[in-house]
Ligand binder design. Structure first.
Ligand SMILES: [Zn+2]
Length: 354
């Protein structure tokens, strides 16, 4: 198991030092480890998919193995993956379970994370599990329900004015050698952890034709690409799904990266969970859209609200950010061939946003 930078060639044993980014060139790092196609029937996903992760965390709160609800409409098979049923109410628990355990093993005493919400809840939950002191830097505009949840489960919340003041607060903290800067936008353990979604979908259904995922940092999107790629490499599947990235008009770095300009469209501030203006792995996301023959779909508040209302009425109690994928599906469904299986990631619980 080692850290690896594919840009400058930096390498180091994973258990030697923690790096939230490449210490030589400043780019995001990967983790290299041997993957073995071993599945078993354990209800603990880290044991079940132990061949696909670099290490198995000691503890679990039951993250993963979320239901896959299969609904057929007149044209498609819709696969709703209920990630909002994870212990902290979002898919982020899969990554935090690995990443916070790693911080604990490396001897850190405090965990710091800067987030708009769900990662804060998740990092707090797993930090408490391993006895680390959780410190969560959240923008003032983050949904109050998410802040309350962090506080209630024992996290310390520091409110930041905006994104750049959050970065300043983080840089003060990382000087402290006891502090583990979780850096979920960069930390490859989040990608490896979230990739367990792909293994579950494979076990429950097989390979979908289309995968729709909201993209903020792109951690979830890259994880789905990573997971299906690992299944391909192991000879378990023979084709990749088309990966469809979903962003809001108000924050569309992917559109700019793909087409060199902004697209016109209405405000999308309801999707607070995907307001990441400079995702560190932007070029990787672009590569995965292109190599999977996928695309980017942009949505706005009125589309999100309609989708949210339909999802709630259908019994899926998700947050507005999660409704972006259903809004995107509604937008492109006429282009998707009849009979196609479409995976829709329902990422976060709506109970925190009421
Ligand atoms: Zn490097």
């Amino acid at each position: 198991m080692k850290w690896k930078c594919t840009f400058c060639g930096f390498e180091e044993n994973l258990l030697e030092n923690y790096h939230w980014k490449c210490p030589k060139c400043g780019r995001p790092l990967f983790i290299e480890y041997t993957v073995k196609s071993e599945f078993n029937s354990s209800r603990n996903i880290w044991h079940r998919y132990s061949g696909f992760v670099p290490f198995v965390p000691e503890k679990t709160r039951g993250e993963g193995l979320t239901p896959l609800v299969i609904e057929k409409n007149s044209k498609h098979v819709l696969l709703f993956k209920l990630e909002y049923l994870n212990p902290g109410g979002s898919f982020k628990d899969r990554g935090s379970a690995l990443a916070v355990y790693y911080g604990y093993k490396m001897g850190f005493k405090k965990a710091v994370v800067d987030t708009s919400g769900n990662t804060g809840i998740s990092v707090t939950l797993y930090s408490k599990l391993y006895g680390l002191e959780p410190i969560v830097i959240m923008p003032k505009t983050a949904p109050p329900g998410k802040k309350k949840a962090v506080l209630k489960i024992g996290g310390k919340v520091i409110e930041s004015e905006d994104r750049s003041s959050a970065s300043r607060i983080v840089s003060e903290y990382v000087k402290d050698r006891e502090v583990y800067y979780v850096a979920h936008l960069w930390n490859p353990l989040y990608i490896i952890g979230h990739a367990t979604i792909a293994y579950e979908v494979f076990e429950d259904y097989g390979v979908p034709d289309y995968v729709l995922a909201p993209v903020g940092s792109g951690g979830l999107f890259l994880a789905l690409a990573y997971g299906f790629e690992k299944l391909m490499e192991q000879g378990l599947i023979t084709r990749m799904p088309k990966l469809i990235a979903v962003q809001g008009y108000s924050c569309q770095p992917l559109h700019e990266a793909l087409y060199g300009e902004r697209a016109e469209g209405e405000d999308s501030s309801l999707a607070d969970g995907i307001m990441v203006y400079n995702p560190p792995r932007l070029s990787e996301i672009v590569d995965k859209i292109k190599s999977s023959h996928g695309e980017l779909v942009l949505v706005g508040n009125s589309e999100i609200l309609t989708a949210l209302e339909e999802l709630w009425q259908a019994g899926f109690l998700v947050e507005p950010t999660s409704a972006t994928v259903y809004a995107a599906y509604r937008k492109i469904k006429d282009k998707i061939p009849s009979g196609a299986a479409v995976l829709l990631l329902l990422t976060g619980s709506g109970l925190k946003t009421l």
